[in-house]
Design a protein around this ligand. Structure first.
Ligand SMILES: Nc1ncnc2c1ncn2[C@@H]1O[C@H](COP(=O)(O)OP(=O)(O)OP(=O)(O)O)[C@@H](O)[C@H]1O
Ligand code: SF4
Ligand SMILES: [Mg+2]
Length: 338
């Protein structure tokens, strides 16, 4: 499904109510021990929507707050600020009991398939547990488990095997089948292919793409590089140090990135054509990302930005459309002209 022509991310997006809406979403972790320990602002006033059946890619370097954002959406973490609205209902501060019916609808797929599956449980147990919790009979749950195994490309005869008997790619298929067991409408996939061999990554991405079309799923697809989400996302959000610095339709962001950070991430993606690969512009960033415990003033990207000017050192740019009618938003005082 492609929504490249759909106007705008965030609050101005018209049309039917989004399935997921996050506004001003923030998470501050308390600092550790010691006098120098400061609170960590891991996610800082993040806004975005995910429409029904849509995929929003969420990308950025290690430590920028992607997983924390995902964990707040599935409510493994309670936000310290802002809101998560699912299907019109504010779920930011629901109790565990109140969350129970929603757990069916919002599922998560994790990065490391083997460590996210209980090694002492068979596939039958792993996939059917959520069904039994919902009240299915043992016979129905086992039948549904074999159907789910087929759906994700596993051999149903392997239903009584243990996770260690599967390869990484197959184990991720088990993780996906488990997430699908409750017929969710939203899946937060946190780096679902990053731990897999490159050849297997494409198979899992293709599987997720097919499942989305067949089951009308919406995905928040988290990855640290832009090339992985390109195949699967409709829109993409780029995070840097807890904030979204660019968000918009895939075609706009990939073909005409407006934020210097997005440009640098894209310039690191290898091109399939060897001539293009030799001649393309590469933007190397200075230094490592700063700590979210002590972010730089002004635009937090300024110490690493090749375009930084005086204004950037003192004033934080707001996320906004760089030109009237633009479908994407950028947080930069001097965005690249499209
Ligand atoms: N429970 C926690 N307590 C304190 N700090 C935390 C906690 N969880 C995450 N952080 C910090 O919050 C920041 C964001 O972490 P997060 O795991 O969300 O990043 P990420 O973008 O998912 O990174 P990666 O690509 O490495 O998975 C990091 O500085 C991290 O050290
Ligand atoms: S606001 Fe300034 S420092 Fe920040 S990304 Fe834009 S040009 Fe670079
Ligand atoms: Mg992470």
């Amino acid at each position: 499904m492609t929504q490249d022509d759909a106007p705008g991310p965030g609050p101005s997006r018209p049309g039917p109510e989004p399935l997921l809406s996050v506004r001003d979403l923030s998470m501050t972790f308390p600092g550790g021990r010691g006098r120098s320990a400061r609170p960590v602002r891991a996610v800082d006033r993040v806004d975005f929507d995910v429409a029904r059946g849509e995929t929003l890619g969420l990308v950025g370097e290690s430590g920028c707050g992607k997983s924390t954002t995902g964990r707040m959406i599935v409510r493994l973490l309670e936000p310290t600020g802002g809101s998560v609205t699912y299907d019109g209902r504010d779920i930011s501060h629901l109790s565990q009991r109140e969350l129970r019916p929603l757990r069916r609808e919002i599922q998560m797929v994790f990065q490391d398939p083997h460590s996210s599956l209980n090694p002492r449980q068979t596939v039958a147990r792993i996939i059917s547990d959520p069904l039994l919790v919902q009240g299915s009979t043992a016979t129905d749950a086992r039948r549904r488990t074999t159907e789910l195994m087929e759906l994700v490309g596993l051999i149903p005869e392997h239903i009584d095997r243990y996770p260690h008997e599967f390869s990484g790619g197959q184990a991720q298929r088990i993780g996906i089948a488990r997430a699908l067991a409750t017929s969710p409408r939203l899946i937060v996939a946190d780096e679902p292919v990053s731990a897999l061999d490159v050849s297997v990554q494409a198979q899992i991405v293709n599987l997720m793409d097919r499942l989305q079309r067949e089951l009308s799923l919406a995905y928040l697809f988290i990855a640290h590089d832009l090339s992985v989400v390109k195949r699967v996302c409709d829109r993409v959000a780029v995070m840097y140090l807890g904030r979204i610095v660019e968000i918009g339709p895939k075609e706009r962001v990939y073909t005409a990135p407006a934020h210097p950070y997005t440009r640098s991430l894209l310039s690191a993606v290898p091109l399939p054509d060897p001539v293009g690969e030799r001649t393309r512009e590469r933007i190397t960033l200075l230094g490592d990302p700063p700590s979210p415990a002590s972010p730089p003033p002004g635009c937090t990207f300024h110490p690493r930005c090749p375009k930084a000017q005086q204004l950037c050192r003192t004033e934080a740019p707001e996320l906004r459309a760089p030109a009237p009618g633009e479908a994407r938003q950028v947080a930069c005082h001097f965005p690249e002209a499209a």
